[in-house]
Design a protein around this ligand. Sequence first.
Ligand code: HEM
Ligand code: HEM
Ligand SMILES: [Fe+2]
Length: 451
Amino acid sequence: MKYASQKVAFWFFATCMLLFTLQLIYGFIMGFAHMGFDVLHDLIPFNTARAVHTNLLVVWLLTGFMGAAHYIIPDEVQRELYSVKLAYIQLGSLVVVGVVALIGFHVNWWEGRKFLEIPRPLDYLVVVNVLTFLFNIGMTVFKANRASTTSIVLYTGLVAAALLYLPGMIYFENQTMDSYFRWWVVHLWVEGVWELIMGGILAYLLIKLTGVDREVIEKWLYIIVGLTFLSGILGTGHHYYYIGAPKYWLWVGGIFSALEPLAFLGMALFAITMYRRSGREHPNKLALMWTMGCAIMSFVGAGFLGFAHTLPQVNLYTHGTLVTAMHGHLAFWGAYAMIVLAIINYSMPLMTGRKNYGSMTGNLAFWLSNIGMLGMTGAFAVAGIAQVYLERKMGMDFLQVQREVEPHFLGLVLAASLFTVGIALYIFDFTKFGFPSDEALGVSEDTTVVV
Ligand code: HEM
Ligand code: HEM
Ligand SMILES: [Fe+2]
């Protein structure tokens, strides 16, 4: 670690671990409910659990991106963070707004719009909070003498993510219009600007871990950004097929969204190529595993499984079923959860000065969580395909079908348990590093150059 202010990132990462744990608890509540054991129904009905599960996911990922920015930006632009105090205030207020929203969901204070459930008054607080964050990081870049492509891509992604929150705050009486603009947030986040954030963090990690020239890595980053926008913007149309939007979206959405996997393929090829050109043996192999794992799993979850239901002819049957949950889990895990876990894994030894690389628990955490998540994806896929045939092809009633697919959720809960053991080990490893310390300032990465 070069700058003392980078330590702030630790508190963002610790918050991530806490919110991630809570997210999983709500996942289990839903998993059991799907099996037929909806014992908490009166206290936490399914819709509440679902909103809490998905919103916690979004909040812990955003907190992780913010932590990553606090660590990466000072290092890239070579100066201390503009204001450490402001960073703490911003994190604290983010947690307060988040907790109020979560409590609100339990007492029916929410907007029933998937992923954008946070009630309007709290939305304004989120906006102020995110502006504070962007101001702090923006001033750090502005006051510095240099800005790298990596830091610009990361920062642009964060600014664009904030701007794209706004269309979700416009009020419409009309359901189609509301849905139309809701996708500007949800789709253009995960299949647009979040990819820039992911690309920025990925490029930073690859520069550090493989030792390949920055120029080469940043050239790839341009290609990935280009592919993302080329396909992702008009790809929004894959959510407009059957919601009452004009018919031309069937063509536009089908064609452009079918091209979206290219950006994820680019990301995977990018990481693999840089890995093979690596001229450096970085001691933190686990961070490299998370980085490579992210590039590959995001292609499988987002690219491959996204493509599986993106054509209008398929989506007509799969829309809103458990097939969507199958894709949603592996895509979010591969692309965004894994990149956050990668940067945490990379930065913890450097922030704390404890070179606790490659422990047994760390390795187990990687493999158990990934195998568990693949198992969960498989369980959702089986339940989803059964649901499509029974409900959409044979015309059985929705709730009757839910009963038919109950046994598949035993598989889900078992795989989720394996996944959770992996995450518990990851968090255990995280706590073993202890707190960040100024003694870690200037500690080298101990790399051995092999070429
Ligand atoms: C990391 C990137 C991605 C993430 C995190 C992600 C996640 C999700 C999530 C959570 C949903 C459900 C949204 C909702 O109903 O509110 C969804 C829907 C969908 N995604 Fe993705 N996705 C990603 C990339 C892709 C890509 C690249 C494609 C296409 C190639 C794709 C195709 C779809 C389609 C067609 C739907 C609509 C499903 C339906 O009609 O129910 N996704 N995605
Ligand atoms: C203990 C582990 C987990 C369990 C048991 C679990 C279970 C579930 C269940 C049962 C649903 C509701 C599906 C439905 O609508 O019927 C759901 C939704 C969702 N979960 Fe999880 N989950 C877990 C972990 C995760 C993780 C780690 C992520 C992200 C990396 C994630 C992302 C999502 C998303 C995006 C949705 C919404 C999907 C959609 O829009 O269809 N979950 N989860
Ligand atoms: Fe989409």
